[in-house]
Design a protein around this ligand. Structure first.
Ligand SMILES: Nc1ncnc2c1ncn2[C@@H]1O[C@H](COP(=O)(O)OP(=O)(O)OP(=O)(O)O)[C@@H](O)[C@H]1O
Ligand SMILES: [Mg+2]
Length: 254
């Protein structure tokens, strides 16, 4: 795919998805610039996950379009989008618990290189796979957990590993759905810091859905607040923080 750097890495145009009476996503026009971390906040049921599902084409929109570097990718299969560099993670982690952290990474890297059909033991002999897996391990500060079974690592590390697996696909744009869900309050910031550092180091653009308003402000370049399927407000973190509507609806203050 030819990448036009003058185009936004992501743009949605009038994206809409209703479930019966529920306007899950209602005419959303979103623009994401290359290199930024954009956070999407909003109360339960405001349409955040549905928006990510529409962008990654896990579900079809009723109407509207998605553009990746200016190209209309609305009808592209998720696997094709991932190959082009648009990768998403889910609200619930998706790991092989019976495999070690390193094996999980190797399997993901191998799959990206189209080598998953080989016997698993041969992955260890594949230098390219090992090299990239080690790189990702370090990037996400998971090296000390390399030989631990994914099912046995603490929840915070599991969430970090889940994002790390997306990096095996060499994303240009990553969509993360609540990367700190289920993580204890005290662990949320360190978990997010590891993810942010990796994202910035690899110069990946990120759209991150996050429930906890407070932690969003630490790492976001821009924040979009959603309410009932619509964009309620968007802007710099400090402006969104002061926005009265956001404080009332999203944080339940005032
Ligand atoms: N497959 C579906 N079928 C019917 N209704 C759905 C479906 N998926 C989502 N909805 C509804 O659409 C609305 C938006 O849901 P969505 O999951 O996108 O919200 P969210 O902002 O991600 O919420 P949360 O913060 O709880 O994760 C909700 O009212 C939800 O019940
Ligand atoms: Mg959600």
């Amino acid at each position: 795919m030819v990448i036009d750097k003058n185009e936004k890495i992501l743009r949605t145009e009038g994206l809409k998805k209703y479930f019966g009476e529920v306007k899950a996503v209602d005419n959303v026009n979103l623009e994401v610039s290359e290199g930024e971390i954009l956070s999407i906040i909003g109360p339960n049921g405001s349409g955040k996950t549905t928006l990510l599902n529409l962008i990654s084409n896990m579900i079809e929109p009723d109407s509207g379009k998605v553009f990746f570097y200016g190209r209309d990718v609305t009808k592209w299969a998720p696997s094709k989008l991932a190959k082009m560099g648009l990768v998403r993670s889910f609200q619930i982690v998706n790991l092989f618990d019976g495999m070690t952290v390193m094996e999980n990474l190797k399997a993901a890297v191998a799959s990206n290189l189209g080598r998953i059909h080989r016997p698993f033991s041969s992955l260890n002999k594949d230098e390219e796979i090992t090299k990239r897996s080690l790189e990702i391990l370090e990037l996400f500060k998971l090296s000390d957990k390399a030989e631990t079974l994914a099912g046995d690592v603490p929840h915070g590390d599991r969430k970090v590993l889940d994002v790390a697996l997306c990096f095996a696909l060499n994303p240009k744009l990553i969509l993360l759905d609540e990367p700190t869900s289920g993580v204890s309050t005290s662990e949320k910031k360190p978990v997010m810091q590891r993810i942010e550092e990796a994202v910035r180091k690899e110069r990946v653009t990120a759209v991150i859905v996050e429930h906890d308003m407070d932690i969003v402000f630490g790492y976001s370049n821009r924040v979009v607040a959603m309410h009932e399927g619509k964009i309620l407000a968007e802007g710099k973190p400090e402006d969104i923080k002061e926005n009265e509507q956001v404080r009332k609806i999203v944080t339940g203050e005032l």
